[in-house]
Write a protein that binds this ligand. Structure first.
Ligand code: NAP
Length: 247
């Protein structure tokens, strides 16, 4: 079996589960975290934290550490890191895999408005909406800037912006149950749900709750990611990795 370390670009539950399984298979795994969360849940195996310093920094890192393969298991909306990984892997002639959980799709009875950005999502909310916004802290500004809109902003770390009157920030990590999501929507008089199309079961309960309570959803579509050897789940990715590069 090849011994070169595998670099997982992490920051997601998927990345943690993947690291755990690869370590259990006897492979040397380094997970890279952006370092934006103060108290992250750490994966099995080795961990490094902080940006690499663009494509140049990542290229230097891959060469210096003798990395044998890179797995992009970043969040579907972490587009910049994915582009940089693509370029650096090409420059170093290292295979690039991507764990890409399928996007959520509209079900019967769903009322979705699909938009391309957080700004467009904020603009799509009707006057005097009470929104449950679950897109993290970095892109909350356009929602707080709507003087006629109130609601709940759920995120892991507090926002940099001052929280305007009428808004409540909930600092919580997934997973969330359907019962809890329903209770939150009902208790706060939520009229609209705003989410990124992150996909995955861990965060899907809010969509089921919105469907059951007939709450319209403003869905931010995923950015395009560059070419890679893609798998929709950990088992498929491990199978491909072992067959192609770590047999
Ligand atoms: P991004 O826009 O794609 O990347 C911004 C910069 O952060 C990159 O240029 C890189 O800095 C650094 N970076 C990102 N991911 C990294 C990683 N795994 N290891 C080392 N450096 C990393 O990323 P983002 O949207 O800010 O997300 C940051 C992290 O949070 C990602 O790891 C992602 O998986 C996680 N996350 C993001 C979201 C989301 O909605 N965007 C949601 C949940 C979790 P350098 O150029 O210096 O290398």
């Amino acid at each position: 079996m090849r011994r070169e370390p595998i670099l997982i670009l992490g920051g997601t539950g998927d990345a943690r589960r993947l690291a755990e399984r690869l370590v259990a298979d006897g492979l040397r795994v380094v997970t890279s975290l952006a370092g934006v969360t103060t108290d992250p849940v750490l994966p099995h195996g080795e961990v490094r934290r902080g940006g690499f310093g663009g494509v140049e920094g990542l290229t230097c890192y891959l060469r210096a550490e003798g990395i044998g393969a890179v797995i992009d298991a970043t969040h579907p909306f972490a587009a910049q890191m994915s582009i940089q990984a693509y370029t650096a892997c090409r420059m170093c002639n290292i295979p690039l895999y991507r764990l890409e959980r399928p996007a959520w799709t509209r079900g019967a009875g769903d009322d979705w408005t699909e938009v391309a950005s957080a700004e467009a999502a904020a603009a799509a909310l009707p006057v005097r909406a009470r929104a449950l916004v679950t897109i993290g802290r970095k892109e909350i500004r356009p929602f707080f800037a709507r003087p006629d809109v109130e609601g709940v902003a759920r995120m892991i770390e507090p926002p940099a912006e001052t929280v305007p009157p009428g808004w409540q920030v909930l600092l919580q990590r997934p997973p969330f149950t359907l019962a809890a999501e329903r209770a939150l929507i009902q208790a706060r008089g939520i009229t609209h749900l705003v989410t990124k199309n992150a996909g995955g079961a861990e965060m899907e309960a809010k969509l089921f709750a919105a469907r059951q309570l007939a709450i319209p959803v403003i869905m931010i579509a995923r950015p395009l990611k560059p070419e890679a050897i893609c798998a929709a789940d950990e088992t498929t990715l491990i199978h491909l990795l072992l067959r192609e590069h770590y047999s």
